[in-house]
Design a protein around this ligand. Sequence first.
Ligand code: NAD
Length: 488
Amino acid sequence: METKEKRNEVKNFINGKFVRNGQKPLNVESPIDGAIVSTLPLSTYADVDQAVQAASKAYKTWSATTIKERSQIFFKYRSLLETHMHELTQLNVLENGKTYGESKAEVEKSMELCEFAVSLPQIVNNEVQEVSSGVECRTERRPIGVVASIAPFNFPIMVPHWTMPNALMLGNTMVMKPSELVPLSVVRIAELLKEAGLPDGVFNVVNGGKEVVESICDHPGIKAVSFVGSTNVAKIVYKRATSNLKRCVALGGAKNHLIVLPDAHLDMTASNVVASMSGCAGQRCMAASVMVGVDKVQHIIDKMVEEAKKIVPGENLGSVISAAAKERIEGYITAAEKAGATILLDGRGAKVAGKEGGYYVGPTIIDHVTLEMSVASEEIFGPVISIIRAKDLDEAIDIENSSNYGNAAAVFTQSGGLAKQVIERASAGMIGVNIGVPVPREPFSFGGWNESKFGVCDITGRSSVEFWTQNKKTTIKWNPEAQTNWMS
Ligand code: NAD
C-alpha cells in the first residue's frame, strides 16, 4: 500500500460535527514508509469541556430511549462496518502499519463486538421479586451519564469498539480519545455512527495527547473512564480518575508467558507460538513474549526458528509503529545479546525495498534468557520472543508467577492434567491451552490481572455491563385493598 495521499487535518467530532481547535498541530506519520499523512491539533481542557457539554445535553434524550431503539442503530452501524470493510482496513494499514489481513480482522472483530452490543436487550433484563406479601423489590440497570474511553495505538479500530458500542447501547453518552499516533480510523467510525442514525452529541471525539487524558480524568461532568494502554499510564489514569471520584477501568501492558511442555504437538505448537509473538508485529497486549521451555523442547525451538524464517517484513509482517519503537525493540535485543543470551533469529536492521523510511523489525527468537535480563521481565512490544529454560512445570509456573503483569498465559501440552495445573496456578486473567492468543470471545469478558488491569470489571462482554451501568433498586408496596377497577 502506498501512502502518497496527504489527508486533511484531523478534527474533533463534537455534537455531530467536525470542529477545528486552535492548537499546535502534530504530524501523523504512516509507519509503513514514514510519510506524513495528516496533522492533528492537540486539544486542551476547553475542547474536552465542549465535548462533555454536548454529551451531557444528548444524555437526557439518549438515556430516555429504550434499549431496543438503541439496538436498531447499532444493527445499522454494524452493517455499515461491513459495507466499508475495505476502506476501514486500508485506513488501519495506513496509520498503524499492520498487514491487510490483520487490519481486516480488526474490522471483523469490531463487527462481532457490535453483535454482542445489539444482543444486550436479551442479556440486560432487570430483576424483580415479591419479597414479602404485596412488597416487590426491583433492580434496574441504569446508565451512568457521560463516560470516556481512552485508546492506544495498536488497535485503532477494535479497541474503540471494546467500549463504545456497549457503553452507548446501555444509555450512556461518550467522549472518545484515540491515540494521537492513529487518529484517522476513529474519524470514519464517527461518520458511520452518524450515518447509522446515532443522534448528535451521543458520541464525541477529542484528539490529542496527555492534556486531553488529564482533562478527562479531571472533568466533573465525566462519570466513568475506561483506559487501554501501557501500565505506566494506566496507573496515572486510574489514580487520577478515581481520586476525582469516577469509576475507572484501566488496562495496562503485558508480558505473556507461553509454557511449552515436551509432549506438545510439534507443528501446531511451533506455528502457534510464532504466530502469537509476531502477529501485528508483536504489538498486541496478548502477544507471546516469553516462552518457558520445559525440559527437552529443542525440537520445538528448532521448528519455531524454521517457521519464523517464513515471516518476512513488508510481506506477511507489518511495521512497528514508529522510529522510537524500532529503536526500543532493537535495543532490547542488543541488551540480551550483551547479557549472554543466544540470538537464534535476529530481526534487527530489517529493511523493506521501496519503503526504506518505514519502521520494520524482523521476527526475533532469543534463547537461554535468564530472569535478570530486561527481555525476561519488561514489555518489549515487538516481534520478539525470549526463551527461558525450566527443568519442570513447577519451575515454569514460578517463572510465570514472578511477572508483575498478568494479561495472558498459555500452556502447550497434550496432557489434560498438566494443562489443568497451569489453568489453576498461572497468575493471569486470560489462559490459553494450546492457543497462543487466548482472547475470550463475546459474551466472555476481556481483562487481565496484576499490573495488566486496574479496576474491578473487565472491559468487554458481560462484565462490561456492570461497568457501564448503575443499579437502581426500587421497593414497592402494592396496596392489597386497592380498587381493582377504576370505575367501581
Ligand atoms: P500509551 O500508554 O502510551 O498510550 C495510551 C493512551 O494514553 C494514548 O491515548 C495516549 O495519548 C495517552 N497517554 C500517553 N502518555 C500519557 C501520559 N503521560 N499521561 C496521560 N495520557 C497519556 O500506550 P500505547 O503505546 O498507545 O499502546 C501500547 C500499550 O498498550 C502497550 O503497553 C500494550 O500492552 C497496551 N495495551 C494493553 C491492552 C490490554 O488489553 N491490556 C490492549 C491494547 C494495548
